[in-house]
Design a binder for this molecule. Structure first.
Ligand code: THU
Length: 131
């Protein structure tokens, strides 16, 4: 799958976002080594802190379907002027399963930039730290 195709799957998810409070839709698409893609969107809640981000929606879908050690690349996009950088909680959750994860981070004009999770979360705290 091309980076553009993965990013476009994330953009398709913007319409599924449930964002009555922030009005800030985010879409995500998580590619596994076998080509499986898990998509996600942000889902907000009247108790604001119960909101789940788009990336974590995609991640928990993948892990709950048995994809844990084969996560390759994540596209996360917003309908925003700036690139939609993953929040700290999402960086941490992704690091647990895929410290080497590649990222495509997109903005509202459908441009995206490519980098690694380790660029955004160097020296992350992960499972190995507990051994
Ligand atoms: N949001 C995400 O979905 N992912 C991020 O990494 C940043 C923030 C969502 C959460 C909330 O619904 C909205 O963007 C505004 O914070």
């Amino acid at each position: 799958m091309t980076d553009r195709a993965l990013a476009d799957l994330a953009y398709d998810m913007l319409s599924r976002s449930y964002v009555p409070y922030s009005k800030f839709p985010v879409g995500a698409a998580l590619l596994c080594a076998d080509g499986t893609v898990f998509t996600g969107c942000n889902v907000e809640n009247a108790a604001y802190g119960s909101t789940i981000c788009a990336e974590r929606t995609a991640l928990v879908k993948a892990v709950s379907e048995g994809h844990r050690d084969d996560l390759v690349k994540l596209a996360v996009v917003g309908d925003s002027t700036d690139y939609c950088w993953p929040c700290g909680a999402c960086r941490q959750m992704l690091y647990e399963f895929a410290p080497q994860l590649e990222l495509l981070v997109g903005r509202g004009d459908r441009e995206f930039t490519k980098l690694k999770l380790s660029d955004l979360l160097p020296h992350g705290f992960g499972p190995k730290a507990l051994t």
